[in-house]
Design a protein around this ligand. Sequence first.
Ligand code: VTB
Length: 322
Amino acid sequence: MERSLSMEIVRVTEAAALASARWMGRGEKEEADGAATEAMRTVFDTIPMHGTVVIGEGEKDEAPMLYIGEEVGSGNGPEVDIAVDPVEGTNIVALGTWNALCVVGIADRGNLLHAPDMYMEKIAVGPEAVGKVSLDYSVEENLRAVAEAKGKDVEDVVAVVLNRPRHQELINEIREAGARIKLIPDGDVAASINACFDDTGVDILMGVGGAPEGVLSAIGLKCLGGEIQGRLKPVDKEQEQRCVEMGVKDVSTILYMDDLCSGDDAIFAATGITDGELLKGVQFKGDKATTETVVMRAKSGTVRFIDGNHSLQKKPNLVMED
Ligand code: VTB
């Protein structure tokens, strides 16, 4: 994979963040998502690559753009698989709260799990706790392992959990173990990435979220040297069949990093739409706008934070063709 793709995909996530951030707090999540998707789609085609969307906005017949199987890029260049989430946290943008991201991950062709839209049980940690946690361990064992790996007491550990009724038992167990909890309304990709950065105050993500978001998180964590494990949670026979089709015959199998994102290279970029612990959201003033993006590459391990200052007068469509 070309290393220059890193900078190219920053342009993609920036454009999508700028477009969707206009919808912040307006209560219209579909519009926020539509604006980001359209901007993302437009910028993708200026990039020299032959990309296929494997994690996208939906199946071919249900999404007009960035659907699974859609080809993106100029057509010249490396053959890559693309995972996108134009707005990770559409409700977050609609409400103007924390941690909405535009996310793109790229890997060499065939290296990403083609996870359909179903649930996945997840556990994600930063580099210090890699290999120390498991979806097969109890909640308490995992929290103790993270505490030990990070040189903290369990009482100091912060576990992020999606605020959903399905997590009541998990929440009780975390509380019983003595750890602290951050309940989030959406955005478990941000939470997984945040677990790799001490300043965010996040130590571990636990619970059930979307499987596509699990693959996106794996791309980011691969670049950061962290770890996510996933277990698919099909809810009916049809979803069970989907698991078999993507090569997961036994759904109780734990999917490790290499099952979610294989190979030694991958690129991940995320731009903040709304403010978060790691990235500031988009700010507008007149015809200027600012963005903050993290972009990283697994092969080199380089992590870059990029501040973008954008002239909306010169780039009214958020993209320049040349
Ligand atoms: C999570 C969350 C995402 O989907 O993966 C969630 O992190 C899972 O679905 O931001 P439910 O809302 O049904 O719990 C999102 O909310 C985005 O779709």
